[in-house]
Design a protein around this ligand. Structure first.
Ligand SMILES: *Cc1c(COP(=O)(O)O)cnc(C)c1O
Length: 382
């Protein structure tokens, strides 16, 4: 089977993990944790980072630090992985679901319409007219590594006064190469950025995440909340409910090694995308979804659009599976998942269309030229 996306562990992973083991520091206090935070922050050009157990934990902390309270609302995309939305529920807040545009990222026109028509502007932020609830934050996702329209999103967050959380779990390394935010990375433009180092992400620590924010003091608070909000290390006093979210030294050792390879991984992903694209663009049935032209995107996942409406997505997947090629459809839309069925939505039209017409094709950095040729040939036969 040619897998969809598997880790590439050809760097210093083993060396650093053995070094961490030899030091005896295997839990959350070792030196690799601070080093990984420092290395990632310096790569991204941010104030710092708080290393945590997962991208989900990073999003949860971002919502808490944005001041999201039970009963408030958070606008989220429907086309995303469930981890962008579940942390809203952890807090007892309520998601409002937004459509995507042709880039599969949140539709900024619809978001603006919603804020204009369906909300009242107040000093604390937009209030949803239908429910009377304050919209404390918007979570946007850079889907498959493709830079969302941060110029418009940031302008709206300033005009309407909501916190802007970037779920950059899939977009580490994606950065603007022109425009107002030239040189800025996905995850560093809004109030918070959340990254994931799960096994299938562009770099991995097995499982892990990182929260970034504009101010060091906010990140101090994040580390505090992630360590059970412990006020005294000897007497174990606490004055609020915290979480056990800190990253371990073994994970961080791996993260340091993987980060050293990130730019190389992106170069490979760019090259492989171009290779696929050259072949696929002449096919009648398929095309690859393009990435944001204003950015150097990390090209984490390659999305194959089924141009021919007579093609059935599941059937295409099955034909490829029969040839030992693993593909995956887009996640089931979140507003149709059982626990979110009753939530407010706003003209969701494009998300179901793309959901039914896109599959992701193998994109690991270890992919061989002959694997891609084989996949291209298989597509050409459909
Ligand atoms: C992977 C991912 C996350 C977080 O995942 P974890 O497994 O918790 O690290 C969040 N959002 C998106 C869009 C993701 O792809």
């Amino acid at each position: 089977m040619i897998p969809l996306s598997v880790p590439n562990l050809m760097g210093n992973e083993k060396q650093y993990i053995l070094d961490a083991l030899d030091s005896g520091w295997i839990s959350t206090a070792g030196s690799y944790v601070a080093r990984f935070e420092k290395d990632l922050a310096s790569y991204l050009g941010t104030a710092g980072g708080a290393a945590v157990q997962s991208g989900t934990a990073a999003i949860h902390l971002a919502l808490l630090l944005s001041g999201v309270k039970p009963g408030q609302e958070v606008i989220v995309p429907t086309l995303t992985f469930i981890a962008s939305v579940n942390p809203v529920s952890y807090i007892g807040a309520v998601p409002v679901f937004m459509d995507c545009d042709d880039s599969m990222n949140m539709d900024c026109d619809k978001l603006e319409d919603f804020l204009k028509r369906e909300c009242t502007k107040t000093l604390s932020g937009p209030v949803n007219k239908r429910t009377g609830r304050l919209i404390q934050a918007v979570v946007i996702v850079h889907i498959f590594g493709n830079m969302a329209d941060m110029e418009r999103l940031k302008a709206m967050s300033e005009e309407y006064g909501f916190h802007l959380i970037e779920d950059a779990a899939e977009a580490l390394g994606t950065c603007y190469n022109q425009g107002k935010y030239q040189g800025k990375f996905a995850g560093t433009i809004g109030d918070f950025g959340a990254y994931s180092f799960n096994g299938n992400k562009i770099i991995t620590t097995g499982g892990g995440g990182m929260l970034t924010a504009k101010e060091g003091s906010t990140l101090e608070k994040a580390r505090y909340l992630a360590s059970q909000a412990k006020d005294d290390p000897v007497f174990y006093t606490h004055k609020e409910v915290g979480y056990n979210y800190r990253m371990t030294n073994l994970q961080a050792a791996m993260g340091v090694a993987q980060l050293e390879c990130l730019e190389e991984f992106i170069r490979i992903k760019e090259k492989n995308f171009e290779y696929y694209n050259n072949a696929i663009q002449s096919m009648e049935n398929f095309e690859l979804v393009p990435f944001n032209r204003k950015a150097r995107n990390n090209r984490w996942f390659y999305s194959l659009f089924l141009k021919n409406s007579a093609l059935d997505r599941n059937d295409v997947m099955k034909q490829l599976r029969d040839k030992a090629i693993e593909t995956r459809p887009i996640w089931q839309l979140i507003h149709t998942q059982k626990m979110y069925e009753g939530c407010q939505t706003y003209f969701i039209e494009k998300a179901p269309f793309y959901w039914s017409r896109i599959i992701n094709i193998p994109c690991s950095t270890g992919l061989l030229r002959k694997d891609m040729d084989y996949i291209i040939e298989a597509l050409d036969c459909i």
